[in-house]
Design a protein around this ligand. Structure first.
Ligand code: PGA
Length: 247
């Protein structure tokens, strides 16, 4: 089975005003012809305008979360169908900032993933252990458990990716060693193959957590690393493009 096409996705989190659209344009210009698929996940209010601006370029636009229902009385929430209607092609689900800050469980993430698929979005499902869990020697069990609990059976045969993001590496400048990343990515790959069979080999397993231009090449060339989910370093076109070029 051929290796999956790498995906480099930028997670802007709660950063970016309309003026930041210029950064997205610079990313699209610089990413043209890249080996990787490139995506930007801006705040919801920028999605529609960014999609219009980037139409005709190779850069995809994604959301950072979506509700598990398509519509209804959920004040303040946004559904997968709304993201798709605005032009998004992908959506990040189960980010640790949502699991921690909004108490999202594996079950909620799985329901959100089902909704994303129903809306025609490609889910990027995030998993990752805390520092305490790693120190206690539970990282592999925690993460493979999250994969089993957060990925619904409907993903079989669909385009999706899993992002391994150790909670302690997000926004901290700390990263696991290359061999720790490889060990985890192999365990996730084996779990996907048990759950979804051989077709799941097409799903890239992204690494996320303090990816930056200086460490991107080593991380992106590690075994079973099929791309990156990039937070802080995706906000500046120059840094993000350096990561895209490191694939
Ligand atoms: P970071 O964030 O690159 O700023 O560490 C990654 C993420 O949270 O997706």
């Amino acid at each position: 089975m051929a290796a999956p096409t790498p995906l480099i996705a930028g997670n802007w989190k709660m950063n970016g005003l309309r003026a930041s659209l210029a950064e997205a344009r610079a990313i699209a210009n610089g990413a043209a012809g890249s080996r990787a698929r490139v995506a930007i996940c801006p705040p919801n209010l920028l999605i529609h305008q960014m999609c219009e601006m980037l139409s005709g370029t190779e850069v995809l636009v994604g959301g950072q979360d979506a509700h598990w229902e398509m519509s209804g009385a959920f004040t303040g929430d946004v559904s997968a169908q709304m993201l798709a209607d605005a032009g998004a092609k992908l959506v990040i689900l189960g980010h640790s900032e949502r699991r921690t800050g909004y108490r999202e469980t594996d079950e909620i993430v799985a329901r959100k993933t089902q909704a994303a698929l129903a809306a025609g979005l490609e889910p990027i499902v995030c998993v990752g252990e805390t520092l305490e869990e790693r120190k206690a020697g539970h990282a592999l069990a925690v993460v493979t458990g999250q994969v089993r609990g957060s990925l619904p059976a409907d993903l079989a045969g669909k385009a999706f990716s899993v992002a391994y993001e150790p909670v302690w590496a997000i926004g901290t400048g700390l990263t696991p060693t290359t061999s720790e990343i490889e060990e985890m990515h192999r365990a996730i790959r084996a779990t996907l193959s048990e759950m979804f069979g051989a077709a799941s080999a097409a799903a890239p397993i992204l690494y996320g957590g303090s990816v930056k231009p200086s460490n991107a090449r080593e991380i992106l060339h590690a075994a079973e690393v099929g791309g990156a989910l990039v937070g802080g370093a995706s906000l500046k076109a120059e840094d993000f493009l350096a990561i895209v070029r490191a694939v």
